[in-house]
Write a protein of this length. Structure first.
Length: 57
C-alpha cells in the first residue's frame, strides 16, 4: 500500500467484522485545501483499487 493510500483510509473503508480494507483513493499531501473533494484523489490506476484482508492476529 502506498503512503497516500494508507493516509486516505477512512472508517467507511474498513469492515472489522468481515476483515477487509478497501483501497479506493489517495490523500494528496500537496493539496492545501480543506475541501474533502480536493484532498482525496483517485488511485493511480484501475488495478490500484483493491481490497486487503486483515489477519486475525
Amino acid at each position: 500500500m502506498r503512503k497516500g493510500e494508507s493516509a486516505a483510509i477512512q472508517w467507511t473503508d474498513v469492515n472489522l467484522k468481515d476483515k477487509p480494507i478497501r483501497i479506493n483513493k489517495f490523500l494528496d499531501f500537496k493539496e492545501q485545501s480543506i475541501d474533502k473533494d480536493k484532498i482525496f484523489g483517485d488511485v493511480k490506476s484501475y488495478h490500484s483499487k483493491r481490497t486487503i484482508t486483515i489477519s486475525q492476529a
